[in-house]
Design a protein around this ligand. Structure first.
Ligand SMILES: Cc1cc2nc3c(=O)[nH]c(=O)nc-3n(C[C@H](O)[C@H](O)[C@H](O)COP(=O)(O)OP(=O)(O)OC[C@H]3O[C@@H](n4cnc5c(N)ncnc54)[C@H](O)[C@@H]3O)c2cc1C
Length: 435
């Protein structure tokens, strides 16, 4: 292969593959470099991909992509020690498609890379980019672990959350523990029919769980569960800061979660198929680094573009890849790869849902982190206590029970601390809705 091309993209995750396909479709020469044996082999997520944004990049993807189940239910479970309160939202498909699909990354990312290759991108696998090459303050290419050098007019860095390369350029600093969560996940094999019976699903439909409390009570962490065709993915994501401060092991938390009486019947007889660990950017809007420079743009997780309130990341990754590709096309047409021209990438991000949503949620994770004991411990526990009281028929007069519950709250929390927590919640809501 000729060592000089129009665009080099580092990392064949959702961001890099989308950028590569769009550039190749526009007739540009693109080289996509991936360290894994194949795209997706090192990648993990919850997870589901969301139909509306995904179909803008891959129209009618559901006909050919390796999607598993169409998501018809999102459940939110507040776990107590042995009990739990679950709220579910159900929405059946009204047409040909579902609002989201469960997928495995090993298959999904590989399919996305195939789309880029079919459009004309060159995929270089099993190759680690070690270094970004510079000429003065201009990026001119990359050097790989084999010592080979590839040159291009623009480099797109889509190498994921650790982004050693963005750090090398000085665009990013080392991630602080409070700005990242460590997630571990198990993919469990369960018979297809058993999944459908236990989760009340039909042949092609699936569901998700977001889990608060239980073994994560009082710490900044959430659990998740997704149904695949004949697998269930279950995992936890816990702030690295909380893991370090409390000497917690994420694997112990996941084991406890699997044993919880609300979840264990759903997982009965399951066998472990896969185990993986990954970091999730949690810092939000305030930790977004410099996004472009002379001859370079940074996309997806490498640019900390994740909305972890909603477990959204692939859509932000694909769209930032798309905007970087569109900017690169314009730069190639102008034959100008300077910072000035590539500033269009940031403009596109600012005008899109990506930076708008991240701005909207900028205070949510930090506020929850600071108040994890109350918001992710005490109050969920009180919800379960209330539900226990409300659903137990025991011959005790109701008014006595209700006043007993209210006085327990005032014994456990002072009035000023309840008011303070209430104000924080109102401020958070105002921050989200008024921005
Ligand atoms: C536990 C968890 C649950 C999640 N759940 C969801 C969900 O349900 N839905 C959702 O939309 N998002 C979810 N996300 C977020 C989503 O997975 C990420 O935001 C998304 O994968 C980011 O895509 P990316 O292309 O930027 O990075 P990545 O997917 O990390 O891809 C980066 C690629 O670069 C390659 N690479 C890295 N360094 C180099 C190098 N030096 N040279 C060559 N190649 C390199 C890697 O091998 C990888 O293939 C979740 C994330 C986690 C961790």
């Amino acid at each position: 292969m000729n060592n000089s091309t129009d665009i080099i993209i580092i990392g064949a995750g959702p961001s890099g593959t989308a950028a590569a396909m769009i550039l190749a479709q526009a007739g540009k020469r693109v080289v996509l470099i991936e360290r894994g044996d194949f795209s997706g082999c090192k990648n993990m997520f919850g997870g589901a991909i969301y139909t509306t944004p995904t179909k803008e990049i891959y129209p009618e993807f559901w006909n050919t992509a390796p999607v598993e189940r169409g998501i018809i239910r999102h459940s939110y479970a507040l776990l107590g020690e042995l009990d739990g309160t679950t709220i579910s939202y159900d929405k059946q498909s009204s047409g040909e498609t579902y609002e989201a699909y469960s997928v495995t990354r090993a298959k999904w990312d590989r399919w996305c890379a195939q789309q880029a290759e079919e459009a004309g991108a060159v995929l270089v696998k099993e190759t680690l980019v070690k270094e970004i090459l510079k000429d003065g303050n201009r990026i001119i290419g990359v050097k790989t672990d084999t010592g080979e050098e590839f040159f291009s007019k623009i480099v797109i860095i889509a190498d994921g959350v650790n982004s050693i390369l963005a750090k090398q350029l000085g665009f990013r600093k080392d991630i602080k523990p409070e700005h990242v969560a460590l997630s571990i996940k198990e993919v469990l094999s369960i018979q297809k029919e058993a999944i459908e019976e236990r989760f009340n699903l039909s042949d092609k439909t699936g569901c998700t769980y977001t889990i608060i409390g239980g073994p994560m009570s009082g710490i900044t962490g959430m659990g998740f569960l997704y149904t695949g065709t004949n697998t269930v993915s279950i995992g936890v994501g816990v702030s690295l800061d909380d893991l370090q401060k409390n000497f917690l092991k994420p694997y112990d938390i996941l084991n406890e979660l699997k044993k919880h009486p609300i979840l264990s019947p759903l997982l009965k007889g399951a066998t472990l198929k896969e185990y993986s660990a990954h970091l999730i950017p949690e810092g939000g809007f305030k930790t977004i680094p410099k996004l472009y420079g002379n001859g370079v743009m940074i996309t997806g997780d490498a640019a900390m573009l994740v909305n972890n309130v909603h477990w959204e990341g692939t859509n932000l990754a694909m769209f930032s890849g798309k905007y970087a590709a569109e900017t690169a096309i314009e730069a190639l047409e102008k034959n100008d790869f300077s910072e000035n021209t590539l500033a269009l990438y940031e403009k596109k991000l600012k005008n899109s849902f990506i930076l708008k949503d991240m701005k909207t949620y900028e205070d949510v994770v930090p506020t929850i982190e600071k108040n994890a004991e109350a918001f992710l411990g005490y109050y969920p526990q009180k919800v379960n206590e209330f539900m226990d009281m409300f659903t137990t028929v025991d011959g005790i007069e109701k008014k006595t029970k209700y006043t007993g519950f209210i006085s327990s709250v005032f014994k456990e929390k002072t009035l000023p601390s309840l008011i303070k927590d209430g104000i924080k919640l109102v401020k958070l809501a105002a921050g989200v809705f008024v921005k």
